[in-house]
Design a binder for this molecule. Structure first.
Ligand SMILES: Cc1cc2nc3c(=O)[nH]c(=O)nc-3n(C[C@H](O)[C@H](O)[C@H](O)COP(=O)(O)OP(=O)(O)OC[C@H]3O[C@@H](n4cnc5c(N)ncnc54)[C@H](O)[C@@H]3O)c2cc1C
Length: 162
């Protein structure tokens, strides 16, 4: 699927919409609170931050992201916190990842998009066909929907473009 963009073409519009909803429901926001421990005591949850700030809550939504980009906060904390509460964690795989390639001629094609490209993955002697899509050459390798979609199929093997 091609990207879907906001009519304003500004990411801030999404933040504004979310803030409006929070205002409407009079939600209190607490900033700079790094959750370290989440414990269940009978019917309540006890949240303790890295600064030892305590919050008691009846319900908790854990929306701490994945393990993608530590600098943006998605450190994987939430997985450890959920596991400590007794949840099972499935295997973590990469997704939406661009590919770097060794071939030196690829950077010369940067900015060029190929439409409706087929990809296959060689894995354990088998060739696995993947859904078709657009492919974009970049200064370091290949990107575009077809590459981003295939990245979760990465099994440490070799991809092939056809
Ligand atoms: C470089 C890059 C480009 C991307 N581009 C796109 C794009 O163009 N379009 C698209 O749809 N998606 C894009 N994505 C993916 C998108 O950003 C994620 O899918 C999305 O942000 C996930 O949302 P989330 O709310 O689950 O987690 P996050 O956005 O990661 O939010 C999790 C929040 O939890 C906080 N947190 C984590 N641990 C704790 C803790 N212990 N205590 C308190 N807070 C904590 C984090 O600080 C963070 O603010 C991109 C991602 C990256 C890295």
């Amino acid at each position: 699927m091609d990207g879907v963009f906001l009519s304003t073409e500004k990411a801030k519009s999404v933040v504004d919409i979310l803030n409006n909803v929070l205002d409407e429901y009079k939600v209190e926001l607490i900033y700079n609170y790094r959750l370290e421990h989440l414990q269940k005591h009978f019917k309540v949850f006890k949240l303790i931050s890295t600064e030892n700030q305590l919050i008691i809550a009846y319900n908790v939504v854990l929306a701490t992201g994945g393990v993608t980009y530590k600098e943006t906060g998605s450190s994987g904390d939430g997985l450890n916190i959920a596991e400590a509460l007794g949840h099972s964690i499935t295997e973590i795989k990469p997704g939406g990842v661009l590919l770097t390639v060794r071939e030196e001629w690829i950077p010369d094609l940067k900015g060029i998009t190929l439409e409706d490209v087929g990809l296959s993955l060689r894995s354990g002697g088998k060739i696995i066909p993947l859904p078709r899509g657009n492919l974009l050459f970049t200064h370091f390798g290949v990107s575009g929907p077809v590459i981003l979609d295939m990245s979760h199929e990465n099994r440490g093997n070799y991809g092939q473009i056809w």
